[in-house]
Design a binder for this molecule. Sequence first.
Ligand code: NAD
Length: 253
Amino acid sequence: MPFQELINNASEKLANADRLVVLTGAGVSAESGIATFRDAMQGLWAKFNPEELASPSGFRRDPKLVWEWYEERRSNVARNRPNPAHYALAELEKIFLSSNRKFTLVTQNVDGFHMQAGSNNVLELHGNIVKNRCFREDRLLSDAEIERETVPPKCKHCGSYVRPGVVWFGENLPQDTLSEAFEKAEKADYCLVIGTSGLVQPAASIPVVARQSGAFVVEINSLESAITPISHIFLQGKAGETLPQIVTEIKKY
Ligand code: NAD
């Protein structure tokens, strides 16, 4: 089927949907200049494996190395901006809410770009790279609670190291956020999956649960992924080009 026809079909169904769940992955931020996880391991960091840099044991072994890797990723996020895919999703949220329909955006991304683009109801499954947590007490810390004389800096309350506010390999996802995401997936009648390889669990099960519960599943990805076989429509293309086309189409209904 021609691509435009697939867009039209996906948009028509979306225009008639009542409960939308969107799942986004690193591909949504690729056009903003944020590397996907695999790309982020390139260059200077190519000799390390992710478990060494993004895990509690890696942080215990070499806190300075891990902190500096995250500082580089944080400065990359600070230098970059949301792209048309993020803005299209923020617009879609407004369209749904203004017509009293349900909209939930679940993201695996840690860059905060969905909120920057104006999305309000975002479930961040893997945390946020801009935030800081106390390594020992595992709670969020404000800037005022951080002593910045060492690398990594230290928690002013307990003297333990500060860590980035993301979920690492081997750690549990925030349970309330995860439960809410699955609850919304079970109730959804439409699930839009964008820029994720569908390999990281439990996030990858969200579209599976939505489909099993009767939702219509549409995927946008530049390449086929583990989600493609369960999608009703696969839109092969860049998120920053395809999503704005869908938003333009549904405004016609
Ligand atoms: P992934 O890196 O495993 O997969 C990225 C997917 O995006 C691929 O399927 C790729 O084909 C697709 N893609 C690439 N460019 C695209 C584009 N322009 N338009 C549409 N699709 C595109 O990412 P994942 O599935 O999100 O899982 C990786 C993990 O790494 C997640 O847990 C996430 O938390 C973390 N991560 C987050 C960020 C971020 O916050 N921006 C960046 C890197 C990694």
